[in-house]
Design a binder for this molecule. Structure first.
Ligand code: GLN
Length: 489
């Protein structure tokens, strides 16, 4: 089975083209792997019949010498993307039974390119979280475990099911979304590649909204090349999303030249945060050395406003979430808990339908948007956001990409940090500024912790310059030569 499930998108595509195996065989191997790994709880909905039907159609197209970029390649979808007639939950009880009558633009593009759909992946409720612990459907188990230990670890979040499924070889690739780090941090925790594109690069149409000015969809894969291939399919202007950018989609894969001679790599001095484990600091230095050995020029840069990024994010994101989530009222779709009056029905539905973290954010968001506090919190956060973006603009006068750790720790145990929202929010200290500035970022698996857990490094690019970011990520990936596999793959 691993003969099929260990393939990458690129090698599976070559194998299909050379008729070494069929799309049906490839899909069957993944369906079997998913069945054998149900204890990881990576999927909310498995769609094996749909996958096999799609694979059959792919085999027919391939036999006719036709087929798209992802023809016959089995992938899985974060359950935040609306999929026509397939249950879409956003990890929340409030969307009980919701089968969208439409398909998100991104998933439609993936199916149009020939990919087959294995199912819908578990996530933190409404993508709010860094551990997958807030899902109504229960936690996802990280397929990695500590050397000699048997604690169950979180896969990171919110795209925890996506990261776990790709790491555990249940899917060749998955979609994720990233509002403050939800593609990159779980990629780092699970030893895979996660790419958050520039805001506006991929359509948000049909993706359940969390914080609309920050949300971006992106690929989660096992190689940088696969991320480039998948991004090429996902990206592009969409008239249905007014914030999607009317820009041509470059050939991201062609950016992988392996040549970064003369590239200026910014190293932000403020990212040496207090309490960061020495092994992460050491890996970061190793990353700098790798890029330098490949001919790049590290330069120190300053991002002084970074220290305000988390508080800024935790005002803006909940503010937008409180507005976006006001649509869940029990009237047209999802859960409805009856009440004596219409108001009581709303209250009962929202009380039963939302989990604790979602309620916390709706309360914070409503508070910071309220007339008396708008200027003190929301407006101030907007101003800080502008300053954070300006930091990056100034830094990019001195450098072409920025290198940082992805997360301040390796995966932690299930249940840890649950009583301390602030400790949980710290997971995103290196990723959140990138969303606030709308920039692209990628996490590349770069090494193992002393406990044998994967650690990622992040490369941040200029807006709409994913190509340079991907080029640097490719070099980092080759230098790191990360070949470790989780115990559960
Ligand atoms: N962990 C962050 C949060 O809880 C980011 C989540 C995300 O990127 N969707 O909001």
């Amino acid at each position: 089975m691993s003969e099929f499930t260990d393939l990458t998108l690129a090698t599976a595509r070559d194998g299909l083209a050379a008729r070494k195996f069929s799309a049906v065989e490839l899909t069957q191997a993944h369906v079997a792997a998913i069945e054998a790994a149900r204890d990881l709880n990576a999927f909310i909905t498995e769609t094996p019949d749909k996958a096999l039907d799609m694979a059959k159609a792919s085999d027919e197209r391939l036999a006719r010498g036709e087929g798209g970029v992802l023809e016959g390649l089995p992938i899985a979808i974060k359950d935040l993307f609306c999929t026509k007639d397939v249950l879409t939950t956003a990890g929340s009880h409030i969307l009980d039974g919701f089968k969208p009558p439409y398909e998100s633009t991104i998933t439609q593009k993936l199916w149009d390119a020939g990919a087959t759909c294995l199912g819908k992946l578990n996530l933190d409720e409404f993508a709010m979280g860094s551990s997958n612990m807030t899902s109504y459907y229960g936690p996802v188990i990280n397929p990695w475990s500590e050397a000699g230990g048997n604690r169950q670890l979180v896969p990171g979040g919110s795209s925890g099911g996506s990261a776990a499924s790709v790491a555990a070889r249940l899917a060749l690739a998955a979609t994720g979304t990233d509002t403050g780090g939800s593609i990159r941090q779980p990629a780092s925790f699970c030893g895979i590649v996660g790419l958050k594109p520039t805001y506006g690069r991929c359509s948000r149409w049909g993706v359940v909204a969390f914080a609309s000015s920050l949300d971006q969809a992106g690929p989660m894969t096992r190689t940088v090349e696969d991320a480039a291939i998948m991004l090429g399919v996902m990206a592009g202007h969409d008239a249905k999303d007014s914030t999607s950018a009317p820009m041509a989609v470059p050939d991201f894969r062609a950016a992988l030249t392996g040549d970064i001679r003369g590239l200026r790599v910014g190293i932000p001095k403020e990212y040496r945060v207090d309490g960061m484990p020495a092994e992460i600091e050491a890996l970061w230095q190793q990353g700098i050395d790798w890029l330098k050995d490949a001919g790049a020029a590290p330069v120190e840069i300053s991002l002084p406003m970074t220290k305000h990024a988390l508080p800024t994010y935790y005002i803006i994101a909940p503010a937008e979430a409180s507005a976006n989530l006001s649509r869940y009222d029990g009237v047209r779709f999802g859960l409805r808990v009856p009440g004596a009056s219409l108001d009581e029905m709303y209250e009962n539905t929202r009380a039963a339908g939302f989990g604790a973290e979602v309620k916390r954010r709706v309360l914070i968001g409503t508070y910071v948007l309220s007339a008396g506090y708008y200027d003190a919190y929301y407006l101030k956060a907007q101003r800080l956001r502008t300053l954070i973006a300006r930091d990056f603009d100034q830094a990019f006068e001195k450098c072409d990409v920025i290198l940082t750790p992805t997360a301040p720790s390796a995966a932690f145990a299930i249940g840890e940090k649950m009583d301390d929202p602030l400790a949980m929010y710290l997971n995103d200290v290196f990723t959140v500024p990138v969303n606030l500035a709308g920039l692209p970022g990628i996490s590349v698996p770069a090494g193992l912790s002393a406990d044998g857990l994967p650690l990622g490094l992040q490369i941040i690019g200029r807006a709409f310059d994913e190509e340079t970011m991907i080029r640097a990520a490719g070099v980092l990936e080759s230098a790191a030569a990360f070949t470790a596999k989780p115990g559960r793959a």
